[in-house]
Design a protein around this ligand. Structure first.
Ligand code: ADP
Ligand code: ASP
Ligand code: MG
Length: 437
C-alpha cells in the first residue's frame, strides 16, 4: 500500500479554518498517511507563532516574572480551534500541566515543545487518527545529535501497524526521557525522519507557498516556482537562506531516495516542487534558484610568499575554530586569503582573533569588512552552460552593485558572491531578472 508522510507547517495549522483545509488534503490521499504537525503559526503577518509565545513564557518564568497572560493567550489560540471544530479535548488540564512545569521545573525544550504536542493531540482527535508521542520514538544522543538507528527502528515499530497517525514535530527525547527539540523550523526534520522510518513513497511538505521558489518571495515579486530540483540543489539553497525547508531536512529522505514534494495548503491544486536525486530539467536552465544570508564579515589577509608557507591555512582556521567562529568560505589568491565568517561569532572575540592572527601568522596586512550578505546562485545546469558568470556579473554591474567576494563552489553547481547588506535586494532582483525574467 502507498505510504505518504505529510508535514504541515505552522501557517497551515494556524486556526480552525486551516485545520479543515488540512483535513481535506489528508482525506483525499490514498493509502497509509502519517501526518507530522507544527505548532500553530501566524494567522496574519503581525500575529505571533505559538512557539514564540512559549519561548516568552519560559523566559518570563525563568526570570521569576509573571507568565500567566502569555499562557492565557496560548490557551485562547487552541480554544478557538477546539471550540470551532467541536473537538472533545481537555485543554484546561493540559495548560495547567504546562503552568505547573513552568512554576516548579522550567526547562526550555519541554516548554517550547508543547506547541507541537498540543496541536498534534488536538489534530489527532479531530481526524480520529492515533497520536504518536515523539518523546517515545525520536531519540537524541547526549550531544544533541539524533540517535538515528534507535529512532528509525522505534518509529517504524510504532507506525508499521497503523494506517494513519499524527506525530508531533520539532521534538524528541534524550535517553533519560528529557524532552529535546531540533533547532527552529525543525518539524521539517521530524517529517523527513518519519518518512525514512516507514520508507514512505513520498514526503509531502505542506506550507504557505506553492513550492520552492526560484528566489525569496519577500525580495523578488512573484518569483517562479521550481518544478523539479535535486536534493543537492535544495540543500545548497536552504543552507544559503531559502527558508522554506529546514536546511537539515533533506538528509534522512535523501539517503533512502524518497522524493520530497513541497506543496501549498492554501492551493492544494498546485503541483508544487518535486525534490529528487537527479534534476531532469537541468540543462534547460543554467540556474535553478537564488538564495541569500545576512550577517557576514570578511578578513582579507595578505602576506608575501604565503603560498610557500606550509600550514598557513590550517593555523588560520584553528584560530577561528578555537573561538567557535564558523568560517563559511576561504577564497585564496597567491599571497592573499579571505576568510568569510559569521559576524556575530567574530564580533564576540574580534580583538583576540586579530591578535592571534598577528602573532601566529605575521601577515603584512589584515583588512576586516563587515555588514555583508552572501548570495548563492545555484543550479546543476551550470556545468553545461557557457557564459553563466558573464551574465551574472554583467547584471550586477548594470545594477551598480559592488561585488565584494566571489567563490565558485567546488561542487560546480553554485557561485557565491558577497555584497553589502544595503545592496541585497538590488542584487537579488538583478540576478533574478538576468536568469528568469
Ligand atoms: P512553515 O510554517 O510551513 O514551516 P516557513 O515559514 O518555515 O513555513 O517557510 C515558508 C516561507 O519560506 C514562505 O512563506 C516564504 O516567505 C519563505 N521563503 C524564503 N525563501 C523561499 C523560497 N526560495 N521559496 C519559497 N519560500 C521561501
Ligand atoms: N514550531 C517550531 C518553530 O516555530 C518548529 C517548526 O515550526 O517547524 O520553530
Ligand atoms: Mg518551517
Amino acid at each position: 500500500m502507498k505510504k505518504t508522510v505529510l508535514k504541515f507547517g505552522g501557517s497551515s495549522l494556524a486556526d480552525s479554518g486551516q485545520f479543515k483545509k488540512v483535513r481535506d488534503i489528508i482525506l483525499s490521499e490514498d493509502g497509509k498517511t502519517y501526518v507530522v504537525v507544527s505548532a500553530p503559526g501566524k494567522r496574519s503577518p503581525s500575529d505571533t507563532k505559538v512557539t514564540d509565545m512559549l519561548y516568552s513564557a519560559y523566559d518570563a518564568a525563568s526570570r521569576g516574572r509573571n507568565y500567566s497572560e502569555i499562557l492565557e493567550n496560548i490557551r485562547r489560540r487552541y480554544l478557538e480551534i477546539v471550540t470551532a471544530l467541536e473537538i472533545s479535548f481537555d485543554l484546561d488540564k493540559e495548560i495547567s500541566e504546562i503552568a505547573k512545569r513552568l512554576e516548579t521545573d522550567p526547562q526550555v525544550d519541554y516548554v517550547v515543545s508543547r506547541g507541537e504536542y498540543l496541536n498534534a493531540r488536538i489534530f489527532s482527535a479531530f481526524l480520529g487518527f492515533e497520536f504518536v508521542e515523539p518523546a517515545e520514538c525520536v531519540f537524541f544522543n547526549a550531544d544533541g545529535t539524533l540517535n538515528q538507528d534507535r529512532t528509525y527502528s522505534e518509529l517504524n515499530k510504532k507506525l508499521e501497524n497503523l494506517d494513519h497517525a499524527v506525530i508531533a514535530g520539532f521534538y524528541g527525547a534524550f535517553e533519560d526521557g528529557r524532552i529535546h527539540t531540533f533547532s527552529r523550523g525543525g518539524s521539517d526534520i521530524s517529517g523527513s525522519i518519519a518518512a525514512r522510518a516507514v520508507n514512505a513513497d513520498v514526503y509531502e511538505n505542506w506550507t504557505d507557498v506553492s513550492g520552492m521558489l526560484s528566489a525569496d518571495p519577500r525580495i523578488v515579486k512573484n518569483p517562479k516556482s521550481i518544478e523539479t530540483i535535486s536534493y543537492r540543489e535544495l540543500r545548497e539553497l536552504s543552507y544559503m537562506g531559502a527558508s522554506v525547508m529546514h536546511e537539515e531536512a533533506v538528509f534522512p529522505v535523501r539517503a533512502a531516495g524518497i522524493p520530497i514534494n513541497i506543496r501549498n495548503t492554501n492551493r492544494p491544486e498546485d503541483r508544487g516542487t518535486w525534490i529528487v536525486s537527479h534534476n531532469s530539467t537541468a540543462g534547460s536552465s543554467a540556474v535553478t534558484g537564488i538564495a541569500g544570508k545576512k550577517g557576514f564579515s570578511t578578513l582579507l589577509i595578505e602576506k608575501a610568499m604565503m603560498n610557500n608557507e606550509v600550514g598557513f591555512v590550517a593555523k588560520l582556521l584553528n584560530i577561528f575554530a578555537s573561538r567557535g567562529v564558523s568560517v563559511e568560505h576561504i577564497p585564496t589568491g597567491i599571497d592573499t586569503i579571505t576568510a568569510v565568517v559569521d559576524s556575530d561569532g567574530f564580533k564576540r572575540s574580534k580583538s583576540e582573533i586579530l591578535d592571534e592572527i598577528k602573532e601566529q601568522l605575521n601577515p603584512d596586512t589584515v583588512i576586516v569588512e563587515s555588514g555583508l550578505v552572501l548570495i548563492a546562485v545555484v543550479g546543476v545546469g551550470m556545468v553545461y552552460k557557457k557564459g553563466v558568470s558573464a551574465t551574472l556579473f554583467t547584471a550586477l554591474a548594470d545594477a551598480d552593485v559592488n561585488v565584494r567576494m566571489i567563490d565558485q563552489g567546488s561542487s560546480e553547481m553554485n557561485i557565491i558572491i558577497a555584497v553589502d547588506d544595503s545592496d541585497y535586494g538590488k542584487a537579488v532582483n538583478a540576478i533574478y531578472s538576468a536568469f528568469f525574467a
